[in-house]
Design a protein around this ligand. Sequence first.
Ligand SMILES: [Zn+2]
Length: 582
Amino acid sequence: MIRPAFVLAATVLAVPATAQQPTFSSQRLSQHVQTLGSDAYEGRGVGVAAETKTVNYLVQQFRSAGLQPGGATVNGRRGWTQPVPLLQSDWQGTPTLSMTVAGQQLPLTQGQEIAARAPTNGQSALNLQNLPLVFVGYGVRAPERNWDDFKGQDLRGKIMVVLVNDPDFEGPLADAQNGDFGGKAMTYYGRWTYKYEEGARQGAAGVLVIHETAPASYGWATVKNSNTNTMFDIVRQNPAAEHPPLEAWIQQDLAGRIFAASGTSLEQMKAAARRRDFRPVPLKATLTAQGQARTQTITSQNVVGILPGRTRPDETVIYTGHWDHLGIGQPDANGDRIYNGAMDNATGIAHMIEQARAFARGPRPERSVVFLAVTAEEKGLLGSEYYAANPLYPVEKTAGVLNTDSMGVFGRARDFSISGTARLELLDMLVEEGRRLGRTFTPDPNPQSGGFYRSDHFTLAKVGVPAISFRSGQDLVDGGVARGEAIAREYTEKRYHQPDDEYLPSWNFEGIAADATLLHAVGRRLANSTAWPNWSPDSEFRAARDASAAARGGAAQPSGAPPVPAPSEPAPTPADVAGERG
Ligand SMILES: [Zn+2]
């Protein structure tokens, strides 16, 4: 391990560095990934036999690591899990989909030109007959940004066609931080989840998101695999308020054909959609969609272990990671149907198990340390959304969340990163502890992919908890940035959310071991601290945190140090291992 020749004089929270620095076993990390990523675990689907097997493995590993049960209380005793009720929806057979484009009948094949999600709006039947399509640009209604793509257009009984990402992803403002939507970095308005939510608020009968690889940040294979199998949602009182009857993606070529038939083009429509004065454009096309879904409520499980704090057990530091992956789905070219998810996210779970062992063996911190392995991340961050809505430990006294989702398996890196461009004192701590270990922080090179909204820390950030999703670095000790980028590119293209996300004997777990040392230092420092690190004053999550300041025994605490500056010039690296979440 490279050591810095000096220790930083100023620390964000004025907590001295601790001497304890456990070592992590590459061999154990590798063993967990091999086991959880093996075909025997069937891609760790939710609500199937593989879930029971995975949950059992986690409970056994958390117990033998030295944790105590930290889940829901049953008969006065905490168990190892938190039950998560989920709505499950599967197509019965294949939905029948077609369009009429400029008078011409056009049958559509599920998974090829279109990927229609099984309904989660509370209905099991989908029956849309010849409904008109309306292009709504980026489909954004953002009063605080003085932006409204709808301009009062009535979308009831209509199908909304929408671009993915937000209005300054492309065009003249893409490189400007002062664009209405923060330049190339994705705001939540750019996420497809937002498009569906807004479609429901507009009363649309359906939403078709136009797939383009760059603004989506992943290819059609990912869209197809993530949207044509079983759909889930947390059980909601009024699901139709969140989900329109039809939620689907369409291929760029199909969109081009519809625009051409309507006397325009995708490029022209995108240029128009970048403008504040954009108005919805009725298209010369209608959609017919029929399908029957089997819907049921199932109960999945978050797995939770805890080490109660020595002096302030009601205050917590939480390590999170999702145990689920995509399960069994469409076969790839080799006929492989098991989406092993070895990197996504057996690696993050392996890290959590070994992190638990390190904490259990070391001196007990003042605050409690919780290990929360959540379900249904790949279904839309549902396990963590359920936890945030039904917290086992008060969110106002949760000092911070450190999430791990898809860690590097190609040896040690000189740098490290987080997903997205959040600004918070927890990140300052991470950067400082990294520096002590001789490692440097590299901002997310690809903030336009919306990484901040794509893993489980986000649902906790939404309720104000300082939360980051750690990312392994790409500047590899062996091979540098060039090798790190090449590996990331290969993973995104060939393996991410595909059956080939499989364990390989060539994987080197020393990088995760080093990352674990860093994440341990941050977690221990926070768990031994009396401080409550906050979001930067301009963060969209700051208000939610400040609202609960009284529960932490005081007013909102001033920042002890200026927040890490936003990465105005992200390192010019290409697509990274971040990918579609949920
Ligand atoms: Zn993941």
